[in-house]
Write a protein of this length. Sequence first.
Length: 132
Amino acid sequence: MNNEEEKEQIEQLIKKSDQNMEDVLFLITNQKYEIAVSRMYYSIFYILSALALKHNFQTSKHTQLIGWFNKTFLATGLFDKEIGKISQKMFEKRSKADYDAFVVFLKEEVEIMYIDTKKLIYELKFFISKKN
């Protein structure tokens, strides 16, 4: 993949992340909390994938991507550990939302997740944009 194709793919992943977060607002407004949690996680997954592509790391495995991020950016202090906690928490919440038939999320809980997810995405987008 040449530099221009990589840049375009990174932009597409960022757009997917942003679109998922737009969808989350609609889902929260319509009390679809479990789906909103899942979409928040996927928004994180897409922004992490954009960061990984920028740094020549590719995987479709969620746990590998999070592990790479933790090792490359959290363990080295490039991001606050709180960002890692958000990504890990959202991975776990998404798993419950998608696979646990009896999970129930409360509006207040989902709104806090939304704020945390926005913070993570903002920091990663800023990092991606400043990294040439």
